[in-house]
Ligand binder design. Sequence first.
Ligand code: NOJ
Length: 764
Amino acid sequence: MKHKRLLIIGIISLATTTMNAQNKDHLDPKKPIEERISLLLKQMTLEEKVGQMNQYNGFWEVTGPSPKGGDAEVKYEHLRKGWVGSMLSVRGVKNVKAVQKIAVEESRLGIPLIIGFDVIHGYKTLSPIPLAEAASWDLEAIKKSAQVAADEASAAGINWTFGPMMDVARDARWGRVMEGSGEDPYLGSKIAVARVKGFQGETTADLAKVNTLASCAKHFAAYGFAEAGRDYNTVDISTSTLYNVVLPPFKAAKEAGVRTYMNSFNILNGIPATGNSFLQRTILKGDWKFDGFIVTDWASIREMKSHGFAKDAADASAKAVLAGADMDMESHYYVAELVKLVQSGQVKEALIDDAVRRILRVKFELGLFDNPYKYCDEVREQQVIGSKANNEAVLDMAKKSIVLLKNEKSLLPLKKSGQKIVLIGALASDKTSPLGSWRIASDDETAISVLEGMQAYKGNTLTYEKGAALTVGKTTFIDELVFNTTDKSGFEAAQNAAKNADVVVMVLGEHGFQSGEARSRTNLDLPGVQQELLEAVYKVNPNIVLVLNNGRPLALPWASEHVPAIVEAWQLGTQTGAAVAQVLYGDYNPSGKLPMSFPRNVGQCPIYYNNYNTGRPINAEKNVFWSHYSDVEKTPLYPFGFGLSYTTFDYKNLKVTPTASVKGGVVQVTVEVSNIGAYDGKEVVQLYIHDEVASLARPVLELKGFELVALKKGETKTISFQLTDKELGFYDNEGRYLVEAGTFKVRVGGSSDKGLEGRFELGF
Ligand code: NOJ
């Protein structure tokens, strides 16, 4: 009996050895990556190749027993067969090690998994939401924030982030504006580069470091133009808008070395991005020569059936792979269909080889073949996640992200002693909502609340009143929020407290789960009973500092007219309260500028500064026949680029030289900026142009340069910008880049709505 068992074990191990027999030359780190890929590809069966193109979501308690039955068992078996190239949302060293071990030690070729995760604005120690970070216009700080995120996520076993999101968006109804950099392609491009470099390092070689992540430019493309701001909705835009507005950040990310792209859920002019060969093959892999890989968005291959673009799984898979989508996130279609499609001749194996080569390339660059467990160091995990240094970095980012929208009656900065301050609002004591909606790895109740932040300043008397609950029932990532629209029982206590205060600070706005994916709104007001609370408190004490929490521009005309001080504090992450308190007390002089226009009411959406002129831009005839609204001004409430400081900046001596330039030449723009107020401060000096006559109408203004300048009180600096063909041209409807002769207006100032103006002429 014993003999028999030994014999069986012997046969099994012999069979396993034979099955595993493989050439290990691709593991030689001295060989060039392309050669290593070829060596490996040669050994792969068609099933194994297709397996690399398959990505599964985390599915069972990986450190527990292997799953029995259902989807989880199928995924587990696929992992063992080498039919999975990547997993997403498996996190923590123990878990990552466990799945990696199956791929590396149990599958025939032992190809390591690339482990993806939505590291959007931090892992556990959270930075402000990306839109808030964009408000800093501080590229170094944004890069640092991405470095912190990479540091923590890589310490938790992750090696690939699904970020940065770089969808230019003009419609505040769309909840995902919180994930991007706002409405401008130029600012968006600069920030895209900062984030890519923050996550990945300066060059591809840095990917091999243990504290970097491969990054992912998403969502390719035009997702931010969802009609009416409803998530996942139709996108129908011109080719020139695609090239001039949507694509620049993606192109800049390519130039910065981004290693992956994620396609988007939307259709673009009738064709789903996932099945869109023009986007993926012609532009990205063709014109831009991108040699990393494209992952689909979640089940977007399958969703092509709902779009009415594919009839079944095979059709959808064929369309996606032919269009250039390399990895299937959770549709389970590639793994089921691609082998058959190749065997039937509908898809050439060379296309599969190309996709696999791209995926393997990134895995080699990350060093996963040299050490599949390089991100699985428990000691590092303990040391890095939540470290003091990371908390300091996110606090710095949080302060820089705050935008001062209004400051009258000298309410701000608050005096540090001798004042009676009353703090009101459910969000003021909330330790979860400020974390925002992309915060899967961080724990609830871990943000410093504004209440806690203000309590650290002990010189004043501070009283807190909630006023009213914001939501009713559970608040989760997947459920629709329910707001308190009836319970005003706390109003009286809030009014009583406010009555005798020197200053009332009210923290109002959106819940952290109110923006983000699938969180579109048709109202941009203060949800629940907050507006009523604000007005009730105002009646007893108008000395209000309104601190806004929100993941998108809000439309708050009443507050803007009545409330003397307004601070835009978004959702600022882990250190929220500390950052807000430092700004309120003047230990940090706010320097943020809006990366998106704030409308007067939702009916103005989409509203953006770089719009086109109409044929009737002004009320020349003094009658109704001009481009306007009859019930509200057409300008935004707060424009793009706007933000105040506790000090005042003055712009003088704009010089544009030469005033007659030539194609290929350089136009120099200089301006003197002085700090004429009472505080040291920072100003974002912004340069805009307007191409006055062109073969395709050009926007009224386009941002083409900016500089964040620190100025001590009384100090003046000369800031200079250069304009070249890169800034002066545009893409036409065929996607051709044109630089045309003609006159250009130049405007330099601290906001998109005002500044010093000059002109120059471009000749040939
Ligand atoms: C869907 C989202 O659109 C995308 O941004 C995200 O990266 C994936 N889900 C994975 O979570």
